[in-house]
Design a protein around this ligand. Structure first.
Ligand code: HEM
Length: 543
């Protein structure tokens, strides 16, 4: 409980209206004086918009956080400051300034993404899981097992298999809808696709988002048959997960007393916490059920190689029941098996990190290709050189290594509009960055979108030109898609595999057109860039 909430709970109930006014006015004056005292006495004052109490410099972020910071970089240069509410953030848009922050060493001073946030602590995600974990020792332990599972030899192959399987389902649905003349919003479809992908790859359970969505759109009799229990389970888990994510800003930005005492908001907070309890409990049940299945399996049977199974069996005898699994898991430092609670928190983070990122990224790729006919031609040349007229053969991991231009399109799409335009870090010790000395717990924002559009590193940065990745050497840190250092995205290899494989499956066989060829990309720019809508037509390739 904070001091404010203790005062609010114990205030004398016999106060009159004037006492309340005086009290409110005094609080406001103390807050404003304190705010500007902090502002005018800050270390290393930098250029940036002037902050206003409560909102900070949020008013200056035109077009959302990602787009707003890009505009501010043009105005204030490669290092400037912004204030989110009453917290200062140093924005770094130069590759040399961020080099130190991305050192891939366990001795790095930048292993934390953020300072401890009281709201996220209340939500229960500050000391568990991976993404928001502020305790470096717990993070290291969880991250070790996540890495081991996702980097296990069979995981890539499994991603390729699943990418095919889900695409064949989606392809069938899209063709039916085309026959029925029903509009296809790729953004909704990709969202469903990546949800099914992530649920199956993480838990080994089948998820039904794609067929459920198809059934809501198709008018014909040939709807998919889905068991009603599966519909309920599948939809509820996904719905609750998204509700959990949507409510995060309440906990990140609002102080305790607003969350728990202001009408309407306090009801939202209560709902969010009830939803959190449901979600944690549901994932915990999934973990327990799988553990029981594994315990009952005999030694001669092989286990599935989904992430949940790999986390449960790590450092246990059952590790021998998985094909291809290396026994590297048994390392002294991390020698105890994970508890159900630890596994639950890691699985939750895998859902959070993986469910929408791939889907938005794929929409951005499709949009760029649709707008650049020359790029499409070059892509087709590359695909035809590998697959010839065979537009249905299985995509192998060897094929993916040879898809250089396909990879260049992915990189160029990310350069022009990254799914993650910024990434946060705080220093655990005093340090020098960009020529200034900074105290411990300074909040830095690595402004990748700023670097990706900086003319110092990219010729004609606004132009979409994948060739720049074919013939030129990349300047270190000038393109960052998955973050960097020890906190870089653990699924970066798998995500590239999925994106490349999907591009092959789509473009070697189909033409994809935007319904409104002149419309700008419909997206929202917050701390991640998300595609809102992408209406397309998809039909068999004409040539
Ligand atoms: C194209 C898809 C993806 C993109 C663009 C992406 C991007 C990122 C970025 C930029 C970070 C922050 C890295 C940093 O702070 O340096 C991150 C972290 C993370 N991502 Fe991804 N990601 C993608 C897919 C996935 C998937 C599929 C999963 C899960 C299977 C995942 C799980 C995570 C986790 C757990 C973290 C936190 C790592 C840590 O704090 O140690 N991501 N991702």
């Amino acid at each position: 409980m904070t001091l404010t909430s203790i005062i609010l709970t114990n205030l004398p109930i016999f106060w009159g209206i004037y006492d309340w006014l005086k009290f409110t006015l005094t609080c406001i004056i103390i807050y404003v004086v304190n705010f500007y005292f902090k502002y005018y006495t800050r270390v290393n004052p930098l250029p940036g918009p002037f902050p206003i109490p409560i909102i900070g410099t949020l008013y200056a972020l035109k077009g959302g956080i990602g787009n707003g910071l890009l505009l501010l970089q043009k105005q204030y240069g490669e290092i400037f400051e912004v204030w989110y509410l009453s917290n200062r953030r140093i924005i770094l848009g130069n590759v040399e300034y961020i080099d130190n922050l991305l050192t891939p060493s366990t001795k790095s001073k930048y292993l934390k993404r953020n300072v401890l946030n009281e709201g996220l602590k209340e939500l229960g995600i500050s000391f568990q899981g991976i993404i928001n974990n502020c305790d470096i020792n717990i993070w290291k332990y969880n991250r070790h097992f996540f890495n081991q599972a996702i980097l296990s030899p069979s995981f890539n192959n499994k991603s390729i298999e699943l990418t095919h399987k889900l695409w064949y389902d989606m392809e069938k649905y899209l063709n039916h809808l085309n026959d029925e003349n029903i509009m296809i919003d790729l953004s909704s479809w990709m969202h469903r696709y990546s949800t099914d992908m992530i649920v199956e790859i993480i838990t080994g359970r089948r998820s039904y988002s794609l067929p459920i969505y198809y059934n809501t759109l198709s008018k014909k009799e040939n709807k998919e048959e889905i068991p009603s229990v599966a519909i309920k389970e599948s939809e509820e888990l996904i719905h609750r997960l998204h509700y959990f994510l949507r409510n995060l800003p309440i906990f990140v930005f609002l102080p305790y007393w607003i969350r728990h005492y202001v009408p309407i908001i306090k009801d939202k907070t209560k709902d969010a916490l009830t939803n959190r309890d449901w979600l944690f409990q549901r994932i915990l049940t999934i973990v327990k059920e799988r553990r029981k299945e594994i315990e009952e399996i005999t030694d001669d049977k092989l286990l599935n190689n989904d992430m949940l199974t790999l986390l449960i069996i790590a450092n246990t005898q059952k590790v021998n029941n998985v094909k291809d699994h290396s026994s590297k898991l048994i390392e002294e430092k991390f020698s105890r098996p994970m508890t159900d609670q630890e596994i639950m928190s890691v699985i939750l983070d895998a859902f959070i990190g993986g469910s929408d990122t791939t889907s938005h990224f794929m929409c951005f790729i499709v949009y760029r290709i649709a707008k650049n006919i020359k790029v499409l031609k070059r892509l087709r040349q590359e695909l035809d050189s590998i697959y010839g007229q065979d537009r249905t053969r299985h995509v192998t991991s060897e094929d993916l290594i040879n898809l250089k231009y396909t990879e260049a399109i992915i990189k160029e799409t990310a350069r022009v509009l990254s799914v993650a335009p910024i990434i946060l870090r705080v220093n655990s010790e005093d340090d020098e960055v960009a020529g200034y000395k900074w105290p411990t717990n300074t909040a830095f924002t690595m402004h990748f979108a700023g670097i990706h559009h900086n003319e110092r590193y990219w010729k004609d940065p606004e132009e979409f030109n994948p060739d720049r990745f074919m013939y030129n050497e990349e300047i270190k840190n000038s393109l960052i898609i998955f973050g960097g250092g020890l906190r870089a995205c653990p699924a970066r290899k798998m995500s590239m595999v999925v994106l490349k494989c999907l591009m092959v499956l789509i473009y070697r066989k189909y033409d994809v057109e935007l319904i409104d060829k002149d419309a700008p990309l419909d997206y929202t720019s917050t701390i991640i860039n998300t595609c809102n809508k992408l209406p397309i037509k998809i039909k068999l390739r004409q040539d």
